[in-house]
Ligand binder design. Structure first.
Ligand SMILES: Cc1cc2nc3c(=O)[nH]c(=O)nc-3n(C[C@H](O)[C@H](O)[C@H](O)COP(=O)(O)OP(=O)(O)OC[C@H]3O[C@@H](n4cnc5c(N)ncnc54)[C@H](O)[C@@H]3O)c2cc1C
Length: 113
């Protein structure tokens, strides 16, 4: 089987590696002149199972509301960006329900193990 992966960031680079180990042929498409130049470029580099908790922890909605529009916020979201973030934002907040949050921590912990 031939698989096409779009985007050469961390996920796009590790996915073909895993797929090729299972005997699949992979073509990676990247829009920039080189891979790993977008979000993956200057990340913190932390990789640790103790950080399995997702960002959308219970109460994140009120926390995010306080940061909204503040240029010095840890999570900078400008008012103008809100319409385009609506669908994603609702899913993000929905996953902050305590039961979903707990399930997602467990999933991440299994992935990190
Ligand atoms: C400041 C900062 C610090 C971070 N620190 C950490 C950390 O310490 N530990 C950690 O685990 N995570 C960290 N993260 C998060 C982590 O960097 C991201 O989750 C990860 O890099 C996302 O990888 P990605 O492959 O999904 O996306 P990206 O790296 O953004 O890759 C997506 C790629 O797809 C390409 N693309 C998009 N659309 C198309 C298209 N239509 N056609 C072709 N190519 C396309 C883009 O050009 C890009 O190269 C940090 C993030 C930031 C911003």
């Amino acid at each position: 089987m031939h698989v096409v992966v779009i985007g050469g960031g961390l996920l796009g680079l590790t996915t073909p590696l895993s797929l090729s180990r299972h005997g699949l042929t992979v073509t990676l498409l990247e829009q920039l002149s080189a891979s790993g130049r977008a979000t993956s470029f200057a990340r913190g580099g932390m990789l640790h199972a103790s950080q399995a908790n997702p960002w959308d922890e219970p109460g994140v909605f009120w926390h995010a509301l306080k940061m909204l529009g503040r240029e010095d916020a840890a999570l900078l979201v400008r008012f103008g960006a809100l319409p385009s973030l609506l669908g994603w934002g609702m899913r993000f907040v929905r996953n902050s329900r305590p039961d979903r949050y707990r399930q997602n921590v467990e999933k991440n912990t299994r992935l990190a193990g």
